[in-house]
Write a protein that binds this ligand. Structure first.
Ligand code: BMA
Length: 361
């Protein structure tokens, strides 16, 4: 039987099929739903990079049989962060440790334990430069992104790299055998030009194609379930809005977050956060996305009141779903972004968590 439908009906049906095929994991996605409700309730989740892996003066990677219960954040406020940030840099090479010395097998244990506690695992990826062999910061060539796209000279290599990443994510199994969902935050800080996928290193079309290819490979080809996807432009004093051309499309993104670090110039930081978050908030409203502060922090926290006195003011007026501060390196005494026992801002951090209804575990 041939159905007699008006052309516009066919068109609508065809569009519905295409849209259904491209639908992001978002609506039924547990991570996106958790983040969206935290944003609307005004109870942002706190995240800390590498929290369970090491801290200011300890390193689980160096302790045989480490039970992964230690956390600088827990030491100062009694709770684990709600988001555990981990970085996959190095997985693409098949390495056993990531670029910061974390053992991938131990990271797997940390991710599974954090999920079991009710937390969210967020993955960034400071991967190597597939064309030059350098690191993520090797910006000596503008051909890297095009080289990994279909037809490019490094495409096959890059498929292998994505497969190695997929293998690790797929190995995250909860006790009941179910897949541990992850928030994936690739190709970050792309409004700057310090990574090989940055603004001056590729065209907007290439960037968007890179993101879409990554999405299709991990979600469609490899079938990773429960992923939420976050895009993180870094704040630029000028032309910040230009990052919007480098947005792969609503079908591929759940969270739109700001990467913006503090300096001792308190007012300057608050101004940048307000400008960046206001701009991203508008974008999120138009596109139906979830706002976040995907990376921030004041290195070595010299201001004892930074949390209640600065960060609080920087994010308070925005529907931020989470705020993540960067890592507490165990081997670099001044490279830390969360307090630890005895650190000058430790009490203020605990007060911020309490007073601002910040979600921790
Ligand atoms: C940077 C620094 C580096 C680290 C990288 C990836 O900001 O912390 O030391 O290698 O993040 O984690």
């Amino acid at each position: 039987m041939i159905l007699k439908l008006k052309p516009e009906t066919w068109l609508a049906a065809a569009c519905a099929i295409v849209l259904a095929a491209c639908k992001p994991a978002a609506p039924e996605n547990g991570i996106a739903a958790t983040l969206a409700s935290a944003a609307s309730a005004g109870t942002p989740l706190y995240g800390h990079q590498d929290d369970l892996m090491y801290g200011h003066a300890w390193n689980a990677n160096l302790e045989p049989g480490a039970d992964l219960t230690r956390s600088d954040v827990k030491d100062v406020c009694g709770h684990y962060p709600a988001i555990l940030g981990l970085d996959m840099g190095g997985i693409e090479l098949g390495a056993t440790k990531n670029l910061d010395g974390n053992d991938f097998a131990l990271m797997r244990k940390a991710a599974v334990a954090h999920h079991a506690r009710g937390g969210i695992v967020s993955l960034s990826w400071h991967l190597r430069n597939p064309l030059t062999g350098g690191d993520a910061w090797d910006v000596s060539s503008k051909q890297v992104v095009s080289s990994v796209l279909p037809g490019g000279e490094r495409h096959e290599l890059f498929v292998l790299w994505m497969d190695r990443l997929a293998d690790w994510i797929l190995s995250l199994k909860a006790e009941d055998g179910s897949q541990v969902p992850v928030l994936f935050r690739p190709w970050h800080e792309h409004s700057g030009s310090w990574f090989w996928w940055g603004r001056d290193l590729c065209t907007a079309e290439e960037y968007n194609a890179l993101w879409q290819m990554t999405f299709y490979h991990l979600v469609r080809e490899r079938g990773i379930e429960g992923m939420a996807w976050a895009i993180s432009p870094n704040y630029m004093t000028q032309d910040f809005g230009q990052w919007e051309a480098r947005y792969p499309g609503d079908a591929y993104v759940d969270v739109v977050g700001l990467d913006c670090y503090a300096s001792p110039d308190r007012e300057g930081y608050i101004r940048q956060m307000h400008a960046g978050l206001a701009s991203l908030q508008r974008f999120c409203e138009v596109h139906g996305k979830i706002l976040a502060v995907t990376e921030t922090g004041l290195e070595s926290l010299p201001d004892p009141r930074w949390w209640t006195g600065t960060l609080s003011e920087a994010i308070r007026d925005f529907p931020v779903s989470y705020v993540l501060t960067w890592r507490n390196a165990s081997d670099r005494p001044t490279h830390f972004y969360a307090p630890f026992t005895g650190q000058a801002s430790a009490e203020d951090f605990a007060a911020w968590i309490r007073n601002d209804r910040i979600t921790v575990l």
